[in-house]
Design a protein around this ligand. Structure first.
Ligand SMILES: [Zn+2]
Length: 469
């Protein structure tokens, strides 16, 4: 299911914290403020799998392999990567697009893992709370001085000005203190990141190359809109220290494995094809470019723009070159499904499921094709596959939506209502979720597993960042 967007369940804490950091670092941050509702998430098995493989050895080197840390791709074209809750690493698709080699993005992931391993977020949170307290005390002291100035009976006595200065000066001091604290954390994350890269036999050159682009005096930073630059003060001395550290590694000159580079380029081609305008896609991947990524990008954009016959011919050409690539069959199935041919989509999606070791997002697509085929013979199989998929991939509303349709076709209205309620809940539509779950409760016998699940939804608090309507 390439590059569908889903509503995030990550928003409020993350936004609050990022906004706080951004305010501390760059008081006039507007880019982050615009994200107040939380950016949508991109779901794609191929891209997520690649990012997991990039991150896994780093997390192991950091002693975090047991934490089950998730990779989340954000639907934003600007460069950004960050950790938010100690459980997830967020990467904008723009960071992938702007990383020409695996090593460049792996370096950024190693740096972010450095933040995770150092527990920087909770420390920063404490530090921010302290700063806030200091700020409030400073304001109270300042207000006291202002009151004293006013009481002196002469508003121009100078005392009121002392009051104003008392407010401004500690504020500036606290801001600087925070800024230097954030910089210290950044340097620590750099050092930890290089350590993890070296421990896993990888070069830190990509991290250095990426961060050098963000140096405070570079043209890139001058654009000012990139959230990564705002949350990552990148003074020249930090980048110089990073360069020295990175060059001292025995792996400095190590190049990416060509097979990994190809997968990286395939994911970038896919992202370009799904996210960018068609003329941009053809500019990046002109017909004269016969590489696999270019052919992939053109096949995708051809299907997205409605030429199913040509797209299928191009996809078949890709399958001939890599007959065991699950994502080519996934693409074939998706193109057929969205082209209104669910029955024909079933075979390639079965193949994609098998080749991908039952990737749940692809199973959901197969479930969708089986349900869409409108043939009762497929109903039980669809239910089995979709139930397995939603058990492992618990945050994708599409799986529950298809499950609801399959149960509906079977005439099992209780399960259909429950699955619809779960889908609505994951979409953040709590009102619909509660209504459907209440109806499901009346259809189940009291105390059965279905009734309990429905009852949970009726009683559930909204997910973070969602309104409680
Ligand atoms: Zn950082």
């Amino acid at each position: 299911m390439p590059l569908r967007t889903a509503p995030p369940k990550i928003a409020s804490k993350l936004t609050a914290l990022l906004t706080a950091v951004a305010l501390a670092v760059a008081p006039a941050s507007s880019a982050l403020a615009q994200q107040a509702k939380g950016p949508p998430v991109i779901r794609d098995t191929e891209a997520e799998q690649l990012l997991r493989e990039y991150t896994r050895p780093i997390l192991r080197a950091a002693g975090l392999e047991k934490q089950n840390i998730q990779m989340v791709i954000i639907n934003e074209s600007v460069f950004n990567a960050f950790v938010a809750d100690g459980r997830r690493i967020f990467v904008n698709y723009g960071a992938l697009m702007q990383s020409e080699t695996p090593n460049q993005i792996i370096g950024v992931l190693a740096h972010e893992t450095g933040h995770l391993a150092g527990g920087h977020l909770s420390k920063l949170r404490e530090h921010l709370a302290q700063a806030q307290t200091q700020m409030i005390i400073a304001m109270l002291l300042g207000a006291g001085a202002l009151v004293a100035g006013a009481r002196s009976g002469n508003p121009n006595s100078g005392l009121s000005n002392v009051g104003a200065a008392a407010v401004a000066a500690p504020g500036e001091m606290i801001r600087r203190n925070l800024l230097s604290y954030v910089r210290q954390q950044e340097e620590n994350a750099d050092r930890a990141g290089v350590k993890f890269l070296t421990a896993t036999g990888q070069s830190a050159r990509g991290m250095y190359e990426t961060f050098k682009r963000f140096t405070n005096d570079s043209l890139f930073a001058a654009r000012g809109a990139d959230p990564y630059v705002q949350s990552h003060p990148m003074p020249a001395e930090r980048v110089a220290a990073l360069e020295e550290l990175a060059r001292s590694s025995p792996y400095w000159d190590k190049k990416d494995d060509p097979a990994l580079q190809l997968r990286h380029d395939m994911v970038r081609a896919k992202i370009s094809a799904f996210m960018e305008r068609q003329d941009t896609v053809y500019r990046r991947y002109p017909l004269s470019n016969d590489t696999l990524p270019a052919r992939y990008a053109r096949a995708i954009t051809t299907y997205l723009h409605g030429d199913l016959r040509s797209a299928l011919a191009q996809i078949d050409g890709l399958i001939q070159l890599q007959p065991n690539n699950p994502y080519f069959y996934e693409l074939r199935g998706q193109a057929l499904l969205e082209g209104g041919k669910p029955v024909e989509a079933i075979a390639p999606l079965r193949k994609a499921v098998a080749l991908s070791n039952n990737a749940p997002l692809i199973e959901m697509l197969l479930g969708q094709a089986l349900v869409g085929a409108n043939n009762k013979a497929y109903t039980e199989e669809a239910i089995t596959i979709l139930r397995a998929a939603v058990a492992r991939e618990t945050e994708a509303p599409l799986g529950y939506m298809q499950l609801a349709m399959a149960y509906g076709r079977k005439g099992d209205l209780a399960q259909a209502d429950l699955a619809s309620a779960q889908s609505a809940f994951l979409r953040g539509d709590n009102k619909t979720a509660r209504e459907l779950a209440s109806r499901a409760k009346t259809r189940f016998a009291v105390g059965t597993p279905g009734w309990v699940k429905a009852d949970d939804i009726v009683a559930a608090k909204p997910l973070p960042g969602q309104d409680s309507n």
